[in-house]
Ligand binder design. Structure first.
Ligand SMILES: *Cc1c(COP(=O)(O)O)cnc(C)c1O
Length: 363
């Protein structure tokens, strides 16, 4: 008897593994493993969510018009170039589906977001890894991996899980040197948190170039990960392709109205940036004082490095933190077995993490 057979590219594929969310036997574990917002969603977003219950029976707007208009207004963009998705994962996936054929190549960085590899493999394309320098993407390394089969470069800027970034000049240099048929995907999942002056979210490049796409999400600073909503800013030709490819109602109605309210709540977003700025620096300093190496981050999370001696490893630290009800992200799957990623939390959570790490190192 013959069996239904999937495409060969799917046979060896591993499923995406997210951050853990539970500890067996612990009721109120503190989850700092998925870079979710410390402050949660804005009250305006919560109101919009509640009001949406009235409209539950209706199909949503298949073009996410209200949401695209809100995004366009806040960021001063052309709404016709915005494509919304069920999370920004959706947009990253549409790009792979639309532009990669079996045998094509797509590049991502050594410690880049792990979803890229899965998306590339799922469509039968070849994932190509560019080395990093000091846990940071490197333009020359990326360029050195380009061949005539390259179709996409996926770059998270700032990157998860390292928190490092390429400045605006370097991103522009990368775009300028890439062949024009290669799409540069700038994943700005953490762009709203960034306060350093030399960062550029790449939106200007999208306006000027036919081969740059920027993706953004409502899962991080806006605290709406539960709803799944993200967007891409695209050159017109790419927006057109993604709009034909995407399912007709790929963003649900509750997500559309809630995200639109969230992005318009400037005061709340500013408060979330300020909270992150304060506690990111505090965590960086306090954890460094414990004698642990921390990679400088501009996101809402930190990469903490541990030793290789028995009792001092990231696995040991993780076990100790878990025993105290704290969940961080293990990074074996990112090729950083000696690291743990810590999401910036609320004040109490941050203080508890530092106190627990202090106990762990015996300082
Ligand atoms: C969290 C994250 C995303 C967001 O994905 P959504 O599907 O929008 O929730 C995208 N890229 C990176 C690098 C991330 O860390």
């Amino acid at each position: 008897m013959s069996m239904p057979t999937p495409k060969p590219s799917l046979l060896g594929l591993d499923a995406y593994v997210g951050g853990r969310s539970k500890i067996k036997g612990v009721q109120n574990a503190i989850k700092l493993s998925s870079n979710e917002s410390a402050l949660g969603p804005s009250p305006a977003a919560q109101n919009a969510y509640s009001e949406a219950i009235e409209r539950m029976a209706l199909y949503p707007d298949g073009h996410s018009t209200l949401l695209r208009d809100a995004i366009a207004e806040v960021h001063d963009l052309d709404p016709s170039r915005i494509v919304c998705g069920n999370g920004s994962d959706d947009i990253l996936s549409f790009l792979a589906n639309a532009y990669l054929q079996p045998g094509d190549e797509a590049i991502y960085c050594e410690h880049g977001f792990s979803l890229y590899k899965l998306l590339i493999q799922a469509v039968g394309a070849v994932p190509v890894v560019a080395s990093e320098v000091n846990f940071t993407a490197n333009v020359d390394q990326i360029l050195s991996r380009v061949t005539d089969k390259t179709r996409i470069v996926y770059l998270a800027n700032p990157n998860n899980p390292t928190g490092t970034y390429l400045n605006g000049q370097e991103v522009a240099r990368l775009q300028a040197k890439l062949p024009s048929h290669v799409i540069l995907v700038l994943d700005g999942a953490y762009a709203e948190f960034v306060t350093v002056d030399d960062y550029d979210d790449g939106i200007n490049l999208v306006t000027r170039c036919e081969n740059v796409v920027v993706t953004r999400t409502f899962s991080k600073i806006y605290g709406l990960a539960f709803l799944r909503v993200g967007w891409g800013y695209c050159p017109p030709a790419i927006a057109d392709v993604l709009n034909r490819l995407r399912p007709p109602f790929n963003v649900n109605g509750v997500a559309q109205v809630t995200a639109a309210a969230a992005i318009r709540d400037h005061a709340f977003t500013e408060a979330a940036v300020a909270h992150n700025e304060t506690w990111l620096h505090w965590l960086n300093d306090e954890i460094t004082k414990l004698g642990l190496d921390v990679t400088p981050s501009i996101g809402n999370f930190l990469l903490i490095h541990f030793g290789s001696e028995k009792g001092r490893t990231a696995q040991d630290a993780d076990a100790f933190l878990v025993s105290k009800g704290l969940i961080l992200r293990r990074l074996e799957s990112y090729g950083i077995p000696n690291g743990l990623r810590l999401t910036v939390g609320r004040e109490d959570d941050n203080r508890k993490v530092v106190a627990t790490l202090r106990e762990f190192v015996g300082a």
